[in-house]
Design a binder for this molecule. Structure first.
Ligand code: GLY
Ligand code: MN
Ligand code: MN
Length: 436
């Protein structure tokens, strides 16, 4: 994100709101233990609208307000705190650098918010993310509505800002795609480095270190989600993040890791053999997943539904599972009885952007809907089929057990079809073996 992009996002959001007011918050630093904190990462909605990188700030947007539409509450400058913990833009920086029309110390929020919300009908605010802040804001609204005899009116309705904002975030601008391409490019470096590093006995944490180190050394902020470095049977734990075991000879490593760059994350999975060569059983499984992944990526184009990407992948996976003897019946029978799910577990895609499981509805009739929405240019989704054979899966041939294969790319929907943003990362069996 940069400041010009955030301004454009704000203007589009203000114009979509038309009236009312929006309150968006980015949280304080969170305690990790005693007096140390987790490294801070802004709330994605707040970041999208402000490019303001510091913790503990509140954005108030009021379309058409004569004193200015953007009010920012921030941590004030504080020489002692800045000496210990880092520079702050302060109230002046909030105005001069980040373009706020008005800015105030965060400590003044409680006194100023009721004034700002006077006469506002609809309040765009997402309840449920922070109980303390919810209570405070609801308290202000209640108090304002007690004063109607004095001519004060407060908001009458709460609206989820995501209804507008998350639709905007779903469609990536060229500037946003530049960041996503950069995240993808660094992710490609990291996966290639991991493939070079893996050998029998190398620990999962050594791969994590190479991957996360590559993210940072290329200017990314780090992983966009905890890197999954899962050797052998650990790959059957979908979000395995302990990353502390050696990868045995003969096993594969499942690496699901994506770099975050300026807030935008990649999300890529590759599986590769510790020995540098897939066993014949691993090769068979891998090819089934790869065929499904390639077919599903190929299917991505404007006008097809999100769900049909999953259906394309699932049909191919099912054909493969039948040919491997892992399920029985015709393709249609297996799709009907859903026995394929024993080995495939999860769905194929999700939106991708500032969040790894990004925002935007999946249905034409909103978040509670049933009709899968059609893909449109500017959307970015993952395509990530998998087959998972736990070590104790007696129904599977012995050579397949203790293997989890997922192959995941990040795919942009374009006017003419799609662009695979992570196509540079080795994927075919021969490419992966060569990269190892
Ligand atoms: N890395 C999490 C996912 O692929 O959804
Ligand atoms: Mn992933
Ligand atoms: Mn994913």
């Amino acid at each position: 994100m940069n400041i010009a992009m955030a301004r454009a996002h704000r203007e589009a959001f203000l114009s979509a709101m038309g009236s009312g007011a929006a309150v968006l918050r980015t949280g304080p630093e969170l305690v990790r233990s005693r007096d140390t904190h987790f490294s801070f990462r802004p709330d994605s909605d707040f970041w999208y609208l402000t490019a303001y990188p510091e913790p503990d700030a509140v954005l108030v947007l009021i379309p058409g307000r004569s004193e200015g539409q953007m009010v920012l509450f921030v941590r004030p400058r504080d020489p002692e705190m800045e000496t210990w913990h880092g520079r702050r833009a302060g109230v002046e920086g909030a105005r001069e650098i980040y373009g706020a029309d008005e800015a105030f110390p965060i400590a003044e929020l409680d006194t100023r918010l009721p004034q700002l919300l006077r006469g506002v009908d609809e309040l765009y605010y997402k309840t449920g993310n922070d109980a303390d802040f919810d209570r405070k804001l609801l308290g202000h609204v209640r108090d304002m509505n007690f004063k109607t005899r004095d001519g004060v009116t407060g908001p009458a309705a709460f609206v989820d800002p995501g209804l507008l904002l998350h639709e905007m975030r779903l469609f990536k601008s060229d500037d946003e795609l530049d960041y996503m391409r950069k995240a993808a490019e660094i992710t490609a470096e990291a996966h290639a480095a991991a493939m070079r590093t893996l050998a029998p006995g190398v620990h999962e944490y050594e791969i994590e270190s190479v991957v996360n180190g590559t993210f940072r050394s290329h200017g990314g902020s780090g992983p966009g989600y905890t890197s999954i470095c899962a050797g052998g049977d650990n790959a059957n734990i979908l979000h395995y993040t302990v990353n502390n075991e050696p990868v045995p000879d003969g096993a594969c490593l499942l690496l699901d890791a994506g770099c975050e760059y300026s807030g935008y994350t990649a999300d890529v999975t590759r599986c590769f053999p510790a020995s540098g060569t897939f066993s014949s059983a691993q090769r068979e499984l891998y090819q089934v997943v790869l065929d499904a992944q390639l077919a599903a990526v190929e299917h991505v184009k404007p006008g097809v539904t999100f769900e049909s990407v999953h259906e394309t992948s699932t049909r191919k996976l099912t054909e493969g599972l039948i040919s491997l003897g892992l399920v029985r019946g015709s393709v249609d029978e297996v799709l009907e009885d859903r026995s394929f799910q024993r080995w495939t577990i999860h769905k194929t895609s999700h939106w991708l952007g500032l969040d790894v499981h990004d925002v935007g509805s999946y249905f034409v009739d909103g978040t509670g809907g049933k009709t899968s929405r059609k893909l449109e240019p500017g959307m970015v989704l993952t395509v990530e089929p998998g087959i998972y054979i736990p070590a104790d899966a007696e129904l599977a041939a012995e050579g397949m057990r203790g293997t989890g294969i997922r192959i995941e790319d990040d795919v942009l929907v374009t006017e003419s079809g799609h662009e695979n943003l992570t196509a540079a990362i080795p994927k075919s069996i021969s490419e992966v073996e060569a990269a190892c």
